[in-house]
Design a protein around this ligand. Structure first.
Ligand SMILES: NC(=O)c1ccc[n+]([C@@H]2O[C@H](COP(=O)([O-])OP(=O)(O)OC[C@H]3O[C@@H](n4cnc5c(N)ncnc54)[C@H](O)[C@@H]3O)[C@@H](O)[C@H]2O)c1
Length: 261
């Protein structure tokens, strides 16, 4: 084993969907990879049943792992999740903000205020609160790495279909990341965003079973296929580990080449 995260403690949000033999989400794939690379993992998700199953399997395979039930849009629950992590593992080195909701397909006029607020709550407020409460603990250990999962759609518009609130939320994560990166760079707390393209995860199943949608997007993707969740988890691992020690405020696009066209 290479142990790229040896002795690190990491919280990964939205990592419940990652049972051993099932389709894994991006956060879930990152949690497995982090554990394999020597990290102590805290899976934080609103889905307690699946989160506990995934955590138990990671624990059986690699050792220390903990599940905390967290709604990322709740400030009280974030405080509790960070405290529980530190009580159990003594420190916090890495935070991956990956919890998310499916985009929905609405243009500006058909986007309800309720949908808009939900997208902002989970993606933007969730990323802000996680970053806010992780920083105090990272300061105690003289540094840390925060990886915020945005999207290719946080950088450019969507050619096929519309996801107004989702895009606005993912764009906000991109620039929030840069603001936080600059504010905490002197304390060696690095903050970066990752921008996946279409990735085969539980959340994406409703799109990826639509043959017309799938054909449009595969034709649009220079690499000619969708990503496996591990192909996003490895770049997240790089940003989380000390290998990226001089990288902060960056946006790592992992989209099969779509944004390069
Ligand atoms: N799958 C893609 O094609 C794709 C592309 C670009 C970006 N992303 C982003 O990557 C991230 C992970 O997506 P995924 O497709 O791997 O999802 P996934 O299949 O892992 O599902 C998302 C997870 O987030 C959890 N979650 C939802 N709301 C929550 C809340 N309020 N608090 C805590 N947990 C909550 C769910 O329970 C679930 O476990 C998301 O932010 C998503 O927007 C996904």
């Amino acid at each position: 084993m290479t142990q790229r995260l040896k002795d690190k403690v990491a919280i990964v949000t939205g990592a419940a969907a990652a049972e051993r033999d099932g389709l894994k989400g991006i956060g879930g794939a990152a949690a497995w990879l982090f554990a394999k690379e020597g990290a102590k993992i805290v899976i934080a998700d609103i889905n307690a049943e699946q989160g506990q199953r995934t955590t138990a399997q990671i624990q059986e395979t690699y050792g220390d792992a903990l599940f905390v039930r967290l709604d990322v849009s709740s400030e009280d629950e974030w405080k509790q999740a960070v405290q529980t992590t530190v009580d159990r593992f003594g420190r916090l080195d890495v935070l991956v903000n990956s919890a998310g909701l499916t985009g929905g397909g609405s243009d500006v006029e058909t986007t309800s205020l309720e949908h808009w607020n939900r997208m902002m709550d989970v993606h933007v407020k969730g990323t802000f609160l996680g970053t806010k409460y992780a920083i105090a603990e990272m300061r105690k250990v003289a540094g840390g790495s925060i990886v915020n999962v945005s999207s290719m759609h946080g950088i450019v518009g969507i050619k096929y279909g519309a996801a107004t609130a989702y895009q606005a939320a993912k764009g906000a994560i991109r620039i929030f990341t840069k603001a936080a990166a600059i504010q905490y760079a002197k304390e060696n707390i690095r903050v970066n965003s990752i921008h996946p393209g279409n990735t085969n995860t539980p959340m994406a199943v409703p799109y990826m079973t639509d043959k017309d949608w799938t054909k449009l997007w595969i034709d649009e993707t220079p690499l000619g296929r969708f990503a496996h969740s591990d192909e996003i988890a490895y770049p997240i691992l790089y940003l989380a580990s000390d290998e990226s020690s001089y990288v902060t405020g960056a946006e790592l696009v992992v989209d099969g080449g779509i944004n390069a066209v």
